[in-house]
Design a protein around this ligand. Sequence first.
Ligand code: ADP
Length: 461
Amino acid sequence: MNNTLRSRLLISFGLLILVMLCLFSIGTLAVLLRNPLIYESAAQQLRTAQQTAHDQTLLQELPADPSTHTIEQTAAQLNTRVVLASATGEILADSQAQADAALHVQPALIKILAQRNEIGFLRDESRQVWLVLVQTADENTFAILAVRRPRLAAVQLFKNDYFRPVVTTGIIGLGLATVLSLVLVKWINAPLQRIGKAADAVAAGEFETIPSEGPAEVRHLADSFNSMVQHVQDAQQAQRDLTANVSHELKTPLTSIQGFSYAIMEGDAQTPDEIHQAAQVIYNESRHLNRLAQDLVTLAKFEAGVADLHLEEVDISVLIREVAEKFRPLAIKAGLQFNLDIPDLPRLTGDKDRLNEVFSNLVDNAIRYNAKAGAVAINASVRDNDIEIRIADNGAGIPASEREHIFQRYYRADRSHPGMGLGLAITNQIVAAHGGSIQIEDNLPHGSIFVVKLPIGKGKQ
Ligand code: ADP
């Protein structure tokens, strides 16, 4: 119970209510203490005394005879404490000298109160507060009429009229806080528990996404969880694809290599021609395997962020023309039209070999995934600060739903063709490392266009 959200919320609400009620009580008490109504009777007493003193000129006579007897008599007549003080604050006579502690007379305050004829407050040495009205007796002497501040009244008022409602409010508040914290906990806890269960399910190998519910923070957590699940699923799928692709892609060349080397070993291939043919197959297949291994290493390096780019000035128009010419015979052999429109383009900074790989992959795919009697069209232009290269084919095209996967490693949309699903993943990494981007557009009525954008005069390591 101690560490649960519910207990924490309850404690927080409880403390908040307590603090609020304390502040409210202190505020109320302060207002009551300062409330002039409470002092009204005391003030009235002082004003009456002032009037009586004025009518009978009682105070003006005091400086001439400040004896205890006279001052006690005057005090009795006025029904207040009477203190005679000099302009410097020295007490000359005090009607209550015996009974009460001496007043702290501050000369400056006394003067102001006398001038304004206002009721003020003074403390005595036992910290009791007195309401005072100061009168000028003669030019050097002040007569202070004082009445005790009726303190108890405020505290009593608070005790009688405020304490009960405050406690009742506190109890009601606490009840409401309990209900509120239960509702809040349910709101936050339910989706959190769902996430917990889903996480356990993922650990057990069952992938499920969870609805995005509850407060924004919890919804954010649910979204992150769902995207994590998606990533894990993708990674597992990639793993499965890799196993399937590798076993398929390795099996054929390895079987050939095994078969032809066995033929040479056992003397089945006897004539120099037959031996040469067998060696040629072994050479081609091992080259193919080598290429696969290299692709796997290249991709792993890019994904780990440790692939080096050997940057230099690249004449991209020359580079694309060279790649195109390399593939032209293959396209012609496949019965495809091969259209090339590459103007002279600004140079850019890049890795020549890697860029060669990018366009080789794309042109190779445009030929391999093309339709019978289709066409491959390669053109380039300058757009804003980019060089835009477009490689179009008339193949089956790539549906929008496939486009987000097509650049993932080991992904193959069309399994009728051989391939490891590495080419586009590597292509994408190389283009990104050059600060560029690659997109797929429809080539209507059918086919796709791979659009590569490379920034001019920029390449990043
Ligand atoms: P692969 O070596 O298997 O061709 P890629 O990464 O080059 O690997 O391509 C991944 C998948 O994308 C291919 O299996 C294919 O289904 C699809 N693909 C690539 N290029 C094209 C294209 N021009 N037209 C249609 N599909 C394509």
